[in-house]
Design a protein around this ligand. Structure first.
Ligand SMILES: *Cc1c(COP(=O)(O)O)cnc(C)c1O
Length: 629
């Protein structure tokens, strides 16, 4: 790839993946746009980071942008309303946010606030999530949809919550769950609002294909559905069955899959209605995807449709199917999580240092050096673009032979160090030569493997678990200097001591690359990186690998005049907090350390006056941030 010529920021493809939310200023800073006030000046992200830094909120930092979250909620609701109006659909849209996608209070609270004009509700996939949902005053016609495996306690709470005016719907996942519901209904004497989860057979492609089709672990097949309907009629509860739930999957890449699945869901809706179920709500679950790469194609990290197109497809398909079946248009429900929350958070961290796989200069060959050292050095003499591949082959051969000689004791440490340094300098020249024109793919691959390692202040396992677990791609970009040509390529490694703790897949303008164009680091300025669209699933799937805890979090709102407001700040975990997560009592640890210090004083190993320094070093650490400070 020929990067680094004019318009350096082009190479990062922000125009493609930035969604009009993220772009570059003429001064080279990455900037955030205010989607709610398109005329507002863009805000420099490095300026936001510096401002937060001054307020004591340091990187690594999760930055939430309330304006982005609101924008997505407005968009999905208004797109459904527009599709309903354009299609002449006779039903309503009532979306719910699946809490599992981002359970953080500051996110859930804002979603409810921003969704209020649309009676946006919540989806609870577990008892704890229902408990969270019920702590929020929702609009009177907003829904709470309860999915997941339910015990009596869960069902009891769901039914009783209706007394407070909540529209809590219990979605039956299995015939056995109906027995639980019947028991509780008999006990309470109150009626439930019920739904049934129907397993669709249409399989969806993409990363989450297993959540669709026959082998999906949730939902009922036709045989079970019939059993449930019969049983409901038998216990005189069929009139409570109002909702059909059919989860399309997650991050559905192809909009035609949406049509096929929705159309299959409608068949069940029509058949169950014919059986006498008084269904009024059709819930199509999640699946509305996010175009992480900006490629607009049906692949794992992209989607070939917009939110508007998704909504139109759903509404049209349902309208057609219901008209065909002669049924009233139901209220449409979706449980879009990713599409609501992904774009609203970004992870920001600083680069701590770099391991370079090339060198700016080279030592000379010394007298007594093995002839292979001079052979290696001689490669530089015939290097040009036409002979680049040959030169790489030669240099690699000589270097490997020299390593073999070193291992066998024929070459000493200083001579080996000279040889390695000559090789690294040659590599710098290879990289420079490779920029001139197209290269054989083997050459590019070789040089990619010699990209720098930029060591960064974050934990992949804590903050970007899907990058580790399922090769999820997020846009990654340096936050500054994008008006200056890049002179290096790097992969990013985190500060855990796990070799998996790295990012080595990057979305660039012309596709996905194994390294990221970056600038050389300079001593006197912090080089920040941003990972975008991390607001869905990343936060609570993260773990405490090496006991790196939650990062600092700041929620901001972009203002119409181009400034921003700090709405909320949550300090990241301290070391003592993560210690208690793994059942160490920090006070016991301080005590144990103090005893060792006192012991060392009694045996004369240290002086009494050393005690204060040792104890405060231990205490400062235990009370501090888990990341590099
Ligand atoms: C996970 C999940 C969702 C959210 O899916 P997205 O693809 O994030 O929109 C919705 N409904 C159910 C039942 C889920 O399990």
């Amino acid at each position: 790839m020929n990067d680094s010529q004019d318009l350096p920021h082009k190479i990062y493809g922000l125009d493609r993946w930035g969604k009009g939310l993220v772009s570059v200023l003429p001064n080279g800073d990455v900037a955030l746009s205010n989607p709610l006030h398109p005329d507002a000046p863009k805000v420099s992200l490095p300026d936001i980071v510096k401002d937060l830094q001054q307020r004591g909120i340091h990187s690594p930092l999760l930055l939430r942008v309330g304006s982005f979250l609101k924008h997505e909620i407005v968009r999905i609701n208004e797109s459904f309303q527009a599709a309903i109006a354009n299609t002449g659909y006779k039903g309503l849209y009532r979306g719910v946010f699946p809490i599992k996608v981002n359970q953080q209070a500051q996110v859930v609270d804002r979603i409810i606030e921003y969704g209020r004009p649309y009676s946006f509700g919540l989806e609870a996939g577990s008892k704890p999530e229902l408990v969270i949902a019920l702590a929020h005053a929702l609009e009177k016609d907003a829904l709470i949809v309860c999915n997941g495996v339910k015990d009596k306690e869960f069902v009891r709470l769901a039914i009783l919550s209706r007394k407070l005016g909540f529209n809590t719907i219990i979605v039956l996942e299995s015939p056995r769950e109906l027995d639980t519901v019947i028991e509780v209904v008999e006990e309470l004497g109150d009626e439930p609002l019920l739904g049934v989860r129907v397993k669709l057979t249409n399989e969806i492609t993409g990363n989450w294909s297993e959540s669709s089709g026959d082998r999906s672990t949730f939902g009922m097949n036709t045989d079970q559905l019939v059993a449930v309907i019969d049983r409901l009629r038998e216990v005189d509860l069929l009139h409570c069955l109002k909702l059909q739930h059919s989860h399309l999957g997650s991050q559905v890449p192809d909009v035609n899959d949406v049509r096929r699945s929705v159309s299959e869901a409608c068949r069940y809706f029509a058949e169950m209605s014919r059986e006498g179920a008084p269904l009024t709500h059709l819930d199509l679950g999640g699946g509305l995807g996010v175009d992480y790469t900006g490629e607009k194609k049906a692949s794992e990290n992209s989607v070939n449709y917009s939110v508007e197109e998704y909504c139109t497809n759903v509404v049209e398909t349902v309208a057609y199917a219901m008209d065909e079946a002669g049924l009233k248009h139901p209220t449409l429900v979706t449980e879009s999580g990713r599409a609501v929350s992904a774009t609203s958070s970004m992870l920001i961290f600083d680069v701590l240092e770099a391991t370079l796989f090339d060198a700016g200069d080279s030592p000379g060959v010394e007298e007594g050096d093995h002839h292979l050292v001079s052979d290696l050095a001689a490669v530089g003499g015939y290097l040009n673009h036409t002979r680049l591949q040959e030169c790489i082959n030669d240099a690699t051969y000589y270097r490997n032979e020299l390593r073999a000689l070193f291992r066998r004791g024929y070459i000493d440490l200083r001579q080996m160090a000279r040889a390695e340094r000559i090789y690294l300098h040659l590599t710098a020249r290879f990289k420079e030569t490779a920029r001139i024109a197209e290269n054989p793919s083997e050459v590019d691959a070789h040089l990619e493997r010699l990209a720098d390692i930029y060591h960064c202040n974050f934990s992949l396992f804590q903050s970007l678990p899907d990058v580790w677990a399922i090769d999820q791609l997020h846009p990654v970009v340096p936050l500054q200097k994008l008006n200056e040509p890049t002179d290096r390529r790097a992969i990013l490694s985190d500060i855990t001591c796990d070799s998996d703790g790295k990012i080595d897949s990057f979305i660039l303008e012309d596709g996905v690359h194994p390294s990221l164009p970056v600038h050389s680091l300079s001593e006197d300025e912090t080089y920040y990186m941003g990972v975008f669209f991390v607001g869905a699933y990343q936060e609570t799937l993260g773990d405490l690998h090496n006991l790196f805890g939650d990062t600092n979090v700041a929620t901001i709102d972009l203002l119409p005049d181009g400034g921003f407001d700090l709405l909320q700040e949550v300090e990241g975990d301290t070391i003592s907090q993560v210690m208690s997560y793994v059942e160490f009592d920090p006070r016991d640890c301080v005590d144990a350390f103090r005893k060792m210090v006192d012991g060392a004083i009694s045996t004369g190993k240290i002086k009494a006056r050393d005690r204060r320094e040792l104890m405060s070093a231990y205490r400062d650490s235990i009370n501090g941030y888990t990341y590099y400070e």
